[in-house]
Design a protein around this ligand. Structure first.
Ligand SMILES: Nc1nc2c(ncn2[C@@H]2O[C@H](COP(=O)(O)OP(=O)(O)OP(=O)(O)O)[C@@H](O)[C@H]2O)c(=O)[nH]1
Ligand SMILES: [Mg+2]
Length: 282
């Protein structure tokens, strides 16, 4: 298995800059990806912001398994987080988010004229989209690839000053599965990854938890969906015509295709981790 150590200089800089600006921030809005509600929480960010009022957003809920999302929301509520599901693309739940901000602000900053909100999280999880929803306009640039936001950007709306920040990972992602999941949802640039390894991991998860997705989208038969992940990869490559000149399956291209299908939600609503692996007390 490849060990993902993706911590370019600009992320170290982003962390330094966040540390500098943190004393100014009143409320932290930590954005995560609802498909990996645990793995998309940066331990550095949790640590840096633990003394601040903090809201947790499970963003991209439209792509996540709704049952798993409910379980994760319950899990986080149980351990005392102020958490809500969110869809940065449609802006559903913006009113609920605003209400939560107002509630936390009333409790902690009642007398302050200006409330400074900091939007933080791993790359590509939808921070700028969330900011645009709160600002009610397209103030920040949004994009499909990680690393779109490079610098800090303040946006004002009413009594709120909202800060958009660049995505941050942490220097050493110790657990291989965490790295694979972060890569699968698109927080790491694809050119830094091994698509075959990622997709074999994804296929194993789909076979165990969402076998119907392989049947419905790629047309595999039930026995085919139960084969080794490598055979499933080959089979999808054949069916999709991802072949090299000699007629053999192009595994890399097939793997990229499946990864893209997953990221775009074509395989259905899928969450890559369950709460059961993490005791409520964790
Ligand atoms: N399906 C879906 N896509 C979303 C959602 N929120 C954001 N996106 C998309 O995810 C991609 C990344 O969104 P951004 O808002 O740029 O994410 P970011 O966290 O600011 O990314 P960086 O600045 O690169 O770290 C864009 O293509 C958005 O349209 C969501 O709730 N659902
Ligand atoms: Mg951004």
């Amino acid at each position: 298995m490849v060990e993902i150590q993706w911590y370019p200089g600009h992320m170290a800089k982003a962390k330094r800059e966040l540390k500098e600006i943190l004393p100014l921030l009143d409320i932290i809005i930590e954005v995560t990806d609802a498909r990996i509600p645990k793995s998309s929480r940066n331990p550095d960010l949790i640590n840096l912001t633990k003394k601040k009022p903090r809201l947790l957003l499970l963003n991209k809920v439209d792509l996540a398994d709704p049952i798993a999302t409910d379980q994760w929301i319950n899990h986080y509520r149980t351990i005392g987080e102020k958490v809500i599901p969110f869809n940065g693309r449609t802006g559903d739940q913006t009113a609920a988010l605003e209400e939560l901000i107002n509630q936390v602000g009333r409790e902690t900053l009642a007398s302050k004229a200006i409330w400074r909100l900091g939007v933080v999280g791993v790359p590509n999880c939808g921070k700028s989209s969330v900011l645009n929803r709160l600002a009610r306009r397209s103030a920040a640039q949004v994009g499909e690839r990680p690393g779109v936001t490079r610098g800090r950007q303040w946006v004002r709306r009413g009594r709120w000053e909202i800060l958009d920040t660049p995505g941050m990972l942490w220097p050493k992602i110790g657990d291989v599965e965490t790295g694979l999941k972060l890569a699968l949802v698109g927080t790491i640039k694809p050119e830094n990854l091994e698509p075959e390894e990622l997709t074999l991991y994804l296929l194993g998860w789909l076979q165990a938890n969402y076998p119907a997705s392989l049947h419905n989208y790629y047309g595999l038969t039930a026995p085919e969906t139960a084969e080794e992940p490598y055979s499933v990869l080959l089979n999808i490559g054949k069916r999709r015509g991802c072949l090299r000149r000699g007629g053999e399956v192009d595994l890399r291209r097939t793997a990229e295709l499946i990864g893209n299908d997953f990221r775009q939600g074509k395989l259905g609503t899928i969450t890559l981790e369950t709460t059961s692996a993490f005791p409520v007390s964790s």
